[in-house]
Design a protein around this ligand. Structure first.
Ligand SMILES: [Zn+2]
Ligand SMILES: [Zn+2]
Length: 137
């Protein structure tokens, strides 16, 4: 019991001594952590923007590409691709299509759909609000 009290006493004493130091440290640590998190978040965002393209049809799957197709496993979307038309291009086209639609001043949500014509599947952006129907890819 005495030992226990002694231990607590000394611990208290040590806490008192280092309190100011500790609070400084914590503050710095917090800032570091905040910065680290901000950087991490930023990196993460960049990485996301560079890599993942979410399926515009089902919005559940991540689009993938192989030598001949851009595809989405969950919904079965499959678009032909070649050297000029790849996932990166599609991502830009999707962004463009979105901003084109916004530029029309329509605030309704546009939709994407796939239509197969002449045996070629193509992705279109459509909107009922402004009658948009444009080829994305
Ligand atoms: Zn999909
Ligand atoms: Zn619209």
């Amino acid at each position: 019991m005495l030992l226990e009290m002694q231990r607590i006493f000394y611990e208290d004493l040590r806490m008192e001594e280092t309190k100011e130091q500790v609070s400084n440290e914590t503050w710095e640590d917090e800032e570091d952590e905040y910065l680290a998190r901000a950087v991490y978040k930023h990196m993460n965002l960049n990485e996301k923007a560079g890599k993942e393209v979410w399926c515009p049809i089902c919005k559940q799957g991540e689009l993938k590409e192989d030598c001949h197709h851009i595809y989405c496993s969950p919904c079965g979307l499959r678009l032909n691709r070649d050297d000029e038309v790849n996932l990166e291009v599609l991502r830009n086209r999707l962004d463009e299509a979105h901003s084109d639609h916004l530029d029309q001043g329509c605030r309704l949500k546009s939709k994407f759909c796939v239509e197969t014509r002449f045996d070629l599947a193509a992705l279109y952006i459509t909107c009922q609000g402004c009658n948009m129907f444009e080829l994305v890819m």
